[in-house]
Structures are given as structure tokens and as C-alpha cells.
Design a protein around this ligand. Structure first.
Ligand SMILES: C[S@@+](CC[C@H](N)C(=O)[O-])C[C@H]1O[C@@H](n2cnc3c(N)ncnc32)[C@H](O)[C@@H]1O
Length: 341
């Protein structure tokens, strides 16, 4: 991965860490399908259980992160939230251990009571920090698209939100049901395809999370349109994606920075299409937009971008749902909802 030495941030809320973050592998290598295939776990996790060596320290779901960038045994001082979910600690260490070990597929590292964490390949704690969610989300309806093991859904519930978590994968292929039980969470997992979401079935939302999903989709604009249909006017959309600015593929798993390859294109909205396995070993990665393109697509879907935070080959865009008659007219024309002439 080509990591930026100085990741860029834009907009009023750009007060986030600038170091390269994430799991051991670039996330673009890990759509999580590898975890479904059981390749994401190292031999020391053979028991299916990762016990953090943090004896004497409360390391709940909401608490400290252990990042690959941090010296072993030290703690992240960022407490995401000091609240816990009801029922979270009602299970014994043994009960939690055996529930975690009995779960076949874990994608997220989720920290449970008694220093037990799920053995996922991806620790989302750093992205959670970047999201800068309000500490109190009471009264908000949140949609988490592509929830997988539910890390972000549970984080929102923990802040008081009512959360709908959707994913097109069957729940038993994820750690969601186990994490929900251990955390005593209320959030339901609904198996659904983002393309099929309607306000009639799901209602309207104040905050929509679409993290690690759009670059897997053959139809990212359709996804964004669907999300706009479910957004209340003024709702917040958070989209995180693979981006090609610093990782434009020139051969399989070989990439250069776009600035180096085509300096004249810098800043123009462009996306690299990734035909299965030609450039990427993860055949489920379909598109790698540059950050300008990701923002432009989100704007086209009738959101205004408030900030864009980039690091390595990833970008996070925060946007607000707007009612813009001209963008609505063009959007409706494209969907055949309005005459072209
Ligand atoms: C890389 S994981 C991201 C998980 C989580 N959002 C995160 O950021 O860690 C992508 C998830 O999106 C789901 N997904 C992919 N395409 C989808 C679609 N069309 N509709 C709903 N979910 C989808 C996958 O099943 C997978 O769980």
C-alpha cells in the first residue's frame, strides 16, 4: 500500500488523526470475503478466540484499541464511549469465550468484557474515531449498510440511537448474532441488499453509515441514490471507501500514485474499474474512485459534502442530505421518473 506521509483533511470537522491506520492488511485486500472463506485468521487464533493480554484493565467493546502501530501491551487512550449496553456484562468469561469460539466467521475485532475480543482481521476502532459520531445519539435513527459483525451498529446503539443494520450476507456467516448476544444489544440484523432498500420498508434515517461497501458494488451510484431515498432532509451520510489517488493499479497488486502516473488528472473526478482479479486479488472489489470522484458521486446523489478525510488508499466522506431541485430533476430523469424533454 502506498501510504500518504501527510494524509489530507478538508472541511470544518477535520481534526482527526493523520497517521496511517487500520488492520494489518490494507482494507482493500480484505473485503471480509476472505474471512468468510476462513483465510483471515492466523494460527495463534486457532482456538477462534483472541484473549487480549490486558489483565486488570477493563477492555469493553467501547474501550481501548490495540493497533498495529502501537507498541505491544500499550493502550489507546481514546475511550470511545464510557456507556455500556444493558446486559453487556451479564455473561461469564467462560460463556463469552465459548460463544466467541463457536462463531465461525469474524471480520471485526470487537472487544467484549473480561478482556475477550473477537478474532477478526479488521479492528475498526480507528475508523470509529474518524467518524466523530456524537456521544449522544438519543432519538436518532441510524442505518448501517453492510454491517457485517455490527461493530458500527453497536457503537451507535451504545450512544442511544435506534439502529437498523443491514447486510446481504446471511447473518450466520457473520459474528453479528454472537456480538449482539454478548453485548445485550437490541439492534436487529436484516438481511437485505442495499439496492432494494425503500423508505416504505425501512423508514427514514438521521444518520446513514456506508462503510467499506461502495467499492464492492457494481452500481455505486444506485446505492447512493437508494441511501438518499432513505435519508431525512439534513441527515448525515458517512461513506468510507477504497480510493485510487495513491493506489492506482497498473498490474495485479501493483500500484502507483495517480499524481505520479497522470499529474494532469489530479483533482478530476475519475474512478478505476477493477475487473475481477485483474488488478486485485479480492475479486469483490469493483471500483476505486479517487477522492474527488467519491465526493462528486455523493453530491450527484443529492448530498452536500461537509468533509473528506483521506489516508493511505482510503477516504471517508461526511455529507448532508439536501433538497436541490436541479439535482433532483437530473436524478429523476436518469431513473425514468421524469420526461427528458
Ligand atoms: C468490507 S465489509 C464492511 C463491513 C463494515 N461496514 C466495516 O466497514 O467494517 C462489506 C460488507 O458489505 C456487505 N455488502 C456488499 N454488497 C452489499 C449489498 N449489495 N447489499 C448489502 N450489503 C452488501 C458485505 O456482505 C459485507 O458484509
Amino acid at each position: 500500500m502506498t501510504a500518504r506521509s501527510a494524509p489530507t483533511t478538508h472541511g470544518p470537522r477535520s481534526r482527526l488523526p493523520t497517521r496511517p491506520l487500520r488492520c494489518d492488511r490494507p482494507k482493500s485486500y480484505c473485503s471480509g470475503w476472505c474471512c468468510f472463506r476462513g483465510q483471515g485468521q492466523s494460527s495463534d487464533l486457532a482456538s477462534g478466540l483472541l484473549l487480549l493480554a490486558l489483565e486488570g484493565t477493563h477492555v469493553g467493546f467501547h474501550a481501548a484499541a490495540q493497533r498495529s502501530t502501537r507498541p505491544e501491551g500499550t493502550l489507546d487512550t481514546v475511550a470511545v464511549n464510557s456507556a455500556t449496553l444493558p446486559g453487556m456484562s451479564s455473561l461469564s468469561r467462560e460463556e463469552i469465550s465459548s460463544l466467541v469460539a463457536a462463531t465461525e466467521h469474524w471480520h471485526h475485532v470487537i472487544r467484549f468484557p473480561h478482556g475477550i475480543a473477537s478474532p477478526g482481521a479488521y479492528d475498526p476502532t480507528d475508523l470509529l474515531e474518524r467518524l466523530a459520531l456524537p456521544n449522544d445519539m438519543t432519538g436518532m435513527r441510524v442505518l448501517d449498510v453492510g454491517t457485517r459483525d455490527g461493530f458500527f451498529a453497536f457503537a451507535c446503539e451504545q450512544r442511544g440511537a435506534e439502529v437498523i443494520a443491514i447486510d446481504h450476507a446471511a447473518p450466520q456467516l457473520t459474528g453479528f448474532p454472537t456480538a449482539k448476544r454478548i453485548l445485550g444489544a437490541k439492534t436487529d440484523y436484516q438481511q437485505a441488499n442495499v439496492y432494494d432498500l425503500t423508505a416504505k420498508s425501512f423508514g427514514f434515517f438521521d444518520t446513514i453509515l456506508c462503510l467499506g461497501v461502495v467499492y464492492h458494488l457494481r452500481h455505486p451510484l444506485l446505492c447512493l441514490d437508494r441511501l438518499r431515498d432513505l435519508a431525512k432532509s439534513g441527515a448525515t451520510l458517512l461513506v468510507e471507501s477504497l480510493v485510487c489517488d495513491d493506489r492506482f493499479f497498473v498490474a495485479r497488486e501493483e500500484a502507483k500514485s495517480l499524481r505520479e502516473l497522470a499529474p494532469a488528472l489530479t483533482g478530476f473526478p475519475i474512478a478505476q474499474f477493477l475487473p475481477a482479479y485483474r488488478f486485485h486479488s479480492d475479486g469483490s472489489n469493483k471500483w476505486s474512485p479517487n477522492a474527488a470522484c467519491l465526493q462528486a458521486m455523493i453530491e450527484e446523489a443529492r448530498f452536500d459534502v461537509e468533509r473528506c478525510d483521506t489516508w493511505g488508499d482510503r477516504a471517508l466522506v461526511q455529507a448532508v442530505a439536501v433538497d436541490d431541485p436541479e439535482r433532483t430533476r437530473l436524478n429523476e430523469m436518469d431513473r425514468g421518473l421524469r420526461n427528458v424533454f
